[in-house]
Design a protein around this ligand. Structure first.
Ligand code: ZN
Length: 164
């Protein structure tokens, strides 16, 4: 992002797009949005002939400091449309990527525990059957693959994924 400050006119226009309220409330963005591949819509703001992520401008306007290229904005409220400056913080992009990777693992494990049909590859299923046959405890194998013990039993008895 260019280091140029918003003109007073652009800044007014920017702030006019934020439906501000109390400190605890989320402040909806009323301006343009960009839909990301994850399906969420992120506020964008047009000025100087280009579109910029509105949260980066928000940071600059409220905290009077620039974000580095490797810093990204996160929300404490988890609402990508929220423009309350009290609900945002900056993180290192690399750290952010690591957090997302951890979150994916957590989700997969959660998925496995709650849903017997966790997605396993054919090779993983073969390995699970092999290890249980060789005397490993079902609960240990289940924990390692992030699935339920009952699903392990079903796999072993071939009640599920018969084709494998
Ligand atoms: Zn919020």
């Amino acid at each position: 992002m260019s280091k140029k400050l918003l003109s007073p006119k652009d800044q007014r226009r920017f702030l006019d797009n934020i439906d501000s309220g109390d400190r605890e409330d989320c402040w909806p963005w009323q301006g343009g949005v960009q839909r990301r591949p994850n399906g969420e819509e992120y506020p964008i703001f047009y000025f100087n002939g280009t579109q910029k992520p509105a949260h980066r401008i928000l940071w600059r306007v409220y905290y009077s400091n620039y974000l580095r290229k490797d810093e990204v904005i996160q929300h404490t409220c988890d609402h990508s449309w929220c423009m309350n400056p009290n609900h945002i913080y900056k993180v290192d992009r690399e750290l952010d990527a690591r957090e997302h990777a951890k979150e994916r693992v957590r989700r997969r494990q959660g998925y496995g525990e709650n849903h017997p049909k966790a997605r396993l590859s054919d090779q993983e299923i073969a390995e699970i059957r092999h290890r249980v046959k060789n005397g490993e405890l079902r609960k240990d194998v289940a924990a390692e693959f992030g699935i339920s013990k009952s699903y392990v039993s079903m796999l072993v008895k071939r009640k599920r994924r018969r084709g494998v």
